[in-house]
Design a protein around this ligand. Structure first.
Ligand code: PHE
Length: 351
């Protein structure tokens, strides 16, 4: 997916004074969607870069999930070390809401790293184009259990490809990041009968969560390099690099973190090491699938679960295509996403 966006708005929030970036990567398939990230950056331009890369990934994610949507992303780029008081945080979210309102429905937001359903209510004071408000506020609520369900479907597809069976019993997993999605993934793995679980988070208080599900707690570095069947990146992206890949001891990688590869060519390094990497744009789609199907198409939970299970089928097809063409899963996913989200395909399908 090319990073070149369709439209980018960068604005200093008039209430908060904080830089707000909204990147609309593509609306070829429909309204752009993508969460609102609230994070600290060394410079606001780093936040802009993040928004550009993440919005391009959202285009691939929506297209590969079969949604009639394009990709976008909001980044509220806090200066490094800047602590927001609750009042300032609210101001920053309202500012983001104003920028989104100015895009007149070409883009809708949702939760992302640093924001949650309650924040969507605040953004929703300024624009109706917001997913995942809590049910009592008229939204589909927290998307993280659904993202985790999609990860499980993806893990079963990886297990078929790598170990010849979708059964996760007896397999070992390392979950890197026990935030909202990572915690649900750990819970689902424990109830699926995984034999050995390792978990880590930069926040030491998450250790109790690891213990609750019988996972061995490690520091994030040891989790990354743990000797397990599957490594599950569930925190920030950029963790797979020419520096970290030689140190990995897993057989496969599949997790919900967005933009796990520092650059696309790192997929080749993983391939050369014989590590199967399931493209994050496919693995992480459960949240948007649920939000869009529930809020825009009013599907039943059973219909939505079937769609989320479909993530496993899509991944299986991509892994198969990669094998058939002797390419990496990353290249196969990019090819398919570019085909699906191209002007030509879109107009062919509309005709
Ligand atoms: N953080 C979600 C993702 O990356 C964004 C999102 C979820 C957007 C739900 C809309 C609805 O997929």
């Amino acid at each position: 997916m090319s990073f070149q966006p369709q439209r980018v708005v960068v604005e200093r929030g008039h209430r908060s004074g904080v830089p707000i970036v909204v990147a609309v990567h593509s609306t070829v398939l429909g309204q752009a969607i993508g969460g609102c990230r609230l994070a600290a950056y060394p410079d606001w331009r780093d936040g802009l870069d993040d928004a550009l890369r993440l919005s391009a990934a959202m285009t691939g994610k929506a297209a590969l999930a079969g949604l009639p949507h394009g990709g976008g992303k909001t980044v509220i780029a806090l200066p490094a070390g800047h602590i927001l008081t609750p009042a300032r945080r609210r101001d920053a979210l309202l500012d983001a809401g104003d920028v989104i309102a100015g895009l007149h429905g070409t883009y809708a937001t949702g939760p992302d790293v640093g924001t949650g359903p309650a924040d969507m209510v605040t953004i929703g004071e300024r624009t109706q184009h917001v997913f995942c408000r809590p049910a009592e506020a008229g939204g589909s609520g927290d998307s993280s259990p659904h993202t985790a369900a999609g990860v499980l479907a993806a893990l079963r597809a990886v297990a078929v490809e790598r170990f010849g069976s979708p059964d996760l019993t007896g397999r070992s997993f390392a979950v890197l990041g026990l935030g909202r999605v990572g915690t649900h993934v750990l819970r689902l793995l424990a109830s699926a009968g995984a034999a050995h679980l390792v978990a880590a988070d930069v926040d030491p208080s998450r250790r109790e969560v690891a213990a609750e599900y019988g996972a061995t707690w490690t520091d994030p570095h040891d989790c990354l390099t743990a000797e397990v069947d599957v490594l599950i990146p569930a925190a920030l992206g950029g963790l797979l690099t020419p520096d970290t890949v030689p140190r990995l001891s897993c057989s496969a990688i599949a997790g919900p973190a967005n933009n796990q590869l520092d650059v696309l060519s790192t997929a080749d390094l993983l391939h050369e090491r014989g590590i199967l990497w399931a493209p994050d744009v496919v693995v992480s789609a459960g949240g948007i699938v649920h939000a869009v199907a529930a809020e825009l198409h009013h599907e039943t939970e059973a219909q939505i679960s079937a769609r989320i299970d479909g993530i496993g089928d899509t991944l299986a097809k991509i892994l198969h295509a990669a094998r058939e063409t002797s390419s990496t899963p990353a290249a196969a996913a990019t090819r398919l996403a570019e085909f699906l989200a191209s002007e030509r395909t879109a107009s062919m399908l509309a005709a």
